[in-house]
Design a protein around this ligand. Structure first.
Ligand code: ADP
Length: 407
């Protein structure tokens, strides 16, 4: 089935056209700076000339119309009619407590996504805009929501409750939700395929290290803990997000710097993390390059990043009473031998040993083992593919819906 996957940010739309029966990307693209004076379009059809363009695109609705015209374009297009697309899958960041699985989007689902605006103010509103715009562009096909939070629905209460009055959980649903669920799910399943053991007996720790970064403990195929929490701000240090903090720091900085709530929000989400620590960049490649030239703060930012990963890995081994494999994925996890090595160094006590040669030479874009044969824990690099998970879920729901109007 040909499925269009849409991932909408506040000023961007990422799209992938995927043939689910062959698990194959047909085309991918990105529109950035929606609403700015000029927007940037990248359209990359497989086997055809890639396009990089600037245009005026003032809304998500216009962006979806642009995407359709690129997909249909006689020169760089990839489909001959909108009806070639059989379903649309949408990444939705926060599903609250309601959604344990992907769902067909109807009025109730739209309302529930809206209700979760408070929980993910940066993500859910643009996700919903994307859904509305895509429904206008492709009104006759099923649209499916795939939630970042859904895979973490299996977290036990002792992992998702915070040490605050229980009334706040009951009234406002303040709890750990966890994010990057489709990625943690995908890479853990890739590891299971390499294994003879039954999934029930396998314990893995997945490290999704991109601009946003999170770690998950997955026991018997189910997520049992993860580093992000109520929002994607907590856990390990990220590109521009602080990760875990002593909550008292917030009152202290607000008072000392006379900050409003909005200022504090921006400080922790956009000016902290690797960028804040280094005072130089949020991009790991830039930090590694500067640290290599002797920049002390860039080196410290890398050291904090790796230390946090190590702490989470250690704590999840304790949570699960063991671990069969640690998996690195996403931009940093897939591409940086240095970060992989530093995050897991001196963990021989727990049976984790990286093979330096395998780590350095790990071929990009494919599954690679990087632990020594003697290591008690396998360490793997597994490229993630969140879009494929979204497309496959969407195709399943679209097929089921075609068979029964009651679903
Ligand atoms: P996003 O969360 O935006 O999807 P990505 O998964 O694309 O992020 O990861 C982006 C991060 O990956 C950036 O910090 C980038 O510097 C880092 N990265 C990409 N390639 C490398 C590399 N070769 N070495 C170190 N870091 C890398």
């Amino acid at each position: 089935m040909l499925v269009l996957v849409i991932n909408c940010g506040s000023s961007s739309v990422k799209y992938n056209l995927i043939e689910t029966s062959e698990k194959r990307d047909i085309c991918k693209g990105l529109i950035e700076r929606i609403g700015a004076v000029t927007s940037i379009v990248k359209h990359e059809p497989v086997g055809k000339k890639h396009v990089k363009d600037t245009r005026v695109i003032s809304s998500h609705t216009d962006a979806l119309q642009e995407i359709m015209s690129y997909l249909l374009n006689s020169e760089n297009g990839i489909i001959s009619s909108p009806s070639d697309i059989k379903a649309v899958g949408h990444r939705v960041v926060h599903g609250g407590e309601m959604f344990k699985d992907s769902v067909l989007i109807d009025e109730d689902v739209t309302e529930a996504i809206q209700q979760a605006f408070d929980l993910a103010p940066l993500h859910n509103p643009p996700n919903l805009k994307g859904i509305q715009a895509a429904k206008e562009a492709l009104p006759d096909v099923p649209h499916v929501a795939v939630f970042d939070t859904a895979f973490h629905h299996s977290l036990p209460a002792h992992a998702y409750l915070y040490g605050i009055p229980n009334r706040l959980y009951r009234r406002y649903k303040i709890r750990k939700y966890g994010f990057h669920g489709t990625s943690h799910y995908y890479v853990s399943r890739q590891y299971y395929k390499l294994n003879d053991k039954p999934v029930n007996d396998i314990k893995v720790i997945t490290c999704h290290l991109g601009n946003g970064a999170s770690i998950a403990a997955i026991d018997g195929g189910r997520s049992v803990d993860t580093s992000m929490g109520f929002t994607p701000l907590s856990g390990i240090v990220m590109g521009t997000r602080s990760g875990d903090l002593d909550p008292s720091i917030l009152f202290y900085i607000m008072e000392k710097e006379e900050l409003t709530l909005n200022n504090l929000h921006a400080l922790l989400n956009r000016h902290s993390g690797l960028l804040g620590l280094s005072g130089y960049a949020s991009d790991m490649r830039d930090l590694i390059a500067e640290a290599g030239k002797g920049d002390r703060r860039c080196q410290q930012a890398i050291d904090v990043f790796c230390y946090k990963i190590k702490q989470y890995v250690g704590s999840y081994i304790a949570s699960m009473n063991g671990c069969d494999a640690i998996i690195f994925t996403a931009g940093i996890g897939e591409n940086s031998p240095l970060i992989r090595k530093q995050s897991l160094q001196n963990m021989g006590y727990l049976g984790i040993e990286i093979d330096d040669k395998l780590n350095e030479n790990a071929e990009r874009g494919s599954i690679q083992k990087i632990s020594t044969d003697d290591s008690k824990v396998d360490v793997y690099v597994v490229p993630t593919n969140e879009e494929l998970v979204i497309a496959i879920d969407t195709a399943k729901i679209a097929e089921a819906t075609a068979q029964s109007p009651w679903l």
